[in-house]
Design a protein around this ligand. Structure first.
Ligand SMILES: [Zn+2]
Length: 279
């Protein structure tokens, strides 16, 4: 724990920094370093590098972005490819999935990104052994990463489809079992999977995460069906983002909120404004 997020100065209640910024480079970015500058110029201080389709980057440009981020106080994270499935019935697909995580971690190392967000698995035909398989794979990845001195934390995202592995209890179990693993709380996904979020539920959820040293979060609007997540929307659609942000800062957790809405820069600025308001 890095201290409370709420503190008093001269009798006024202030909020300690919760980092916030977009998923993906702002439109018109000429390079990763330029993306970091644009994030900073917009009054934001976090950026999630997207390796979601492929882990592709130029080492020199990544290092340039890393230096720019360090100088500007922009916290970088990375998102691993979407097609990872550590519970695939095919050993080949599982091995490839492990390799995708490792490759994303190498990318994270180049950028100085502290966490790699992973969609770990689908239950498929074998839901019962899903957690075991996920944890066995994560242990392998962690060992290989440590062997290469890759520092990034593996972040397991709470998933929005009911067919996907990744409830909070499942992720907390993996965090206990595997070193260097933390939860990534996607509030829109929690809302989609149900039950719908409310202040009491949020307080209980965030209370269960109080041991997490730095809580990485995703926030957006959301459209969903009985099967869970359908698609991400603008902030405020399908989820009361103000309720989420207020609950988050009340906890005093050190946190980052990455905006994954359909307008990540504009909506991240809305998040920033809410987090900066005195409550
Ligand atoms: Zn994700």
């Amino acid at each position: 724990m890095c201290g409370a997020a709420i503190y008093f100065y001269r009798g006024i209640r202030f909020i300690r920094m919760i980092h916030t910024g977009p998923a993906g480079y702002p439109e018109g970015s000429r390079s990763p370093a330029d993306a970091v500058r644009k994030v900073r110029a917009a009054g934001l201080d976090a950026l999630e590098v997207q390796f979601v389709r492929n882990v592709q980057y130029n080492q020199g440009k990544a290092e340039e972005a890393r230096a720019e981020a360090e100088e500007n106080g922009v916290l970088l994270s990375a998102h691993a490819p979407y097609y990872i499935n550590l519970n695939s019935p095919s050993p080949e697909t599982r091995a490839k999935s492990e390799d995708w995580i490792l490759r994303a971690m190498r990318g994270a190392e180049a950028f100085g990104a502290w966490i790699v967000v992973v969609h770990a698995a689908a239950y498929g035909e074998d839901a019962r052994h899903c957690s075991e398989r996920v944890m066995a794979s994560l242990k392998k990845v962690r060992e290989a990463a440590d062997g290469e001195s890759l520092k990034a934390v593996i972040g397991l995202e709470t998933m929005g489809r009911k067919a996907a592995w990744g409830t909070v209890p499942e992720i907390l179990e993996a965090m206990e079992e595997v070193p260097g693993v933390l939860p990534v709380v996607d509030f829109a996904h929690l809302q989609a999977r149900g039950p719908p979020l409310n202040p009491e539920g949020l307080r209980a959820l965030l209370g269960s995460l109080s041991q997490v040293p730095r809580l990485h979060c995703h926030l957006s609007g959301i459209e969903f069906t009985a099967a869970g997540e359908r698609k991400h929307l603008r902030l405020g659609e399908g989820l009361d983002h103000l309720m989420v942000l207020d609950a988050l800062r009340e906890t005093g957790l050190e946190a980052t909120v990455i905006c994954e809405s359909t307008s990540p820069m504009e909506d991240a600025q809305i998040i920033r404004r809410r987090l900066s308001q005195v409550i």
